[in-house]
Design a protein around this ligand. Structure first.
Ligand code: CA
Length: 252
């Protein structure tokens, strides 16, 4: 019985230890698993399950992103690990980023303050991180910093991955390739991250939300598929993120 009790204890600890949540959306949009998020206001943006385009199978999540801050809308989860956090999403944008600042992933970050977010988006035509509290960017938006990041190609699904460590580490990959300008933390060696690392910033997020937020007039349509949030890197791998039925998934 001792072994049995130990096993039960180990299984009970498993969800919080792994905190793996993933979805290919072939079973539809589980609105208790993926909740809608639009802090402060919600005017114009919308989210739906789309059966006309997908990275895996037939279904993906579609975000119609409107212009202006209140046109924002996101879906996501607070089931994030307490330690290292790895996020993988296959993302399709209908339009490339412009010079204007936009966000497609937003994360409440207690380091930044109440209702302040660590944001991943676009500005100066490239992928970038932004802190809502002080508008610091990663990379610095100098010509060299911009060149150290990458655009997000539009019109087809791209594999976007990032890692947030408790020591302030940020790593980012597009289609499996590390983006040097989108690194931060003790071992980043990123010459374009000085603005970001000032004050020894260490993010501490409580949720991950996928969608669209625009601070000017930019609108876009984004699709998200094969989303995974967990404590280890899953990579771009095969299309489906659903584990086999016997896997210990969604334990109580
Ligand atoms: Ca799918």
């Amino acid at each position: 019985m001792v072994h049995y009790t130990a096993l039960i204890a180990a299984l009970a600890a498993l969800p919080s230890a792994l905190a793996q949540i993933s979805d290919d959306f072939e079973g539809g949009w589980d609105q208790s698993k993926w909740t809608t998020y639009a802090p402060d206001c919600n005017q114009g943006g919308s989210i739906s399950l789309d059966t006309s385009t997908a990275h895996s199978g037939r279904n993906s999540m579609r975000v119609n992103g409107a212009g202006g801050y209140c046109g924002h809308i996101f879906f996501g989860t607070s089931a994030v690990p307490s330690g290292d956090i790895y996020v993988r999403a296959w993302i399709k944008a209908s339009k490339a980023f412009t010079a204007s600042h936009v966000t497609f992933i937003t994360m409440p970050d207690s380091t930044l303050g109440t209702n302040k977010h660590l944001r991943i988006g676009g500005q100066s035509n490239i992928l970038m991180y932004n802190r809502e509290s002080d508008d610091a960017t990663l990379p610095d938006l100098s010509p060299q910093g911009i060149a150290a990041s990458s655009p997000l190609p539009a019109g087809d699904f791209q594999c976007f991955e990032y890692h947030l460590g408790t020591d302030g580490t940020i790593e980012t990959w597009l289609n499996g390739n590390a983006i040097s300008g989108l690194r931060a933390g003790p071992s980043a060696n990123n010459p374009y991250g000085s603005q970001w690392e000032r004050g020894s910033y260490k993010q501490r997020i409580s949720a991950v939300y996928f969608g669209w937020e625009s601070y000017g007039g930019d609108t876009n349509t984004f699709w998200y598929d094969d989303v995974a949030v967990g404590s280890t890197r899953v990579g771009c791998g095969s299309g489906s993120t659903n584990p086999p039925p016997a896997a210990p998934r969604d334990l109580p």
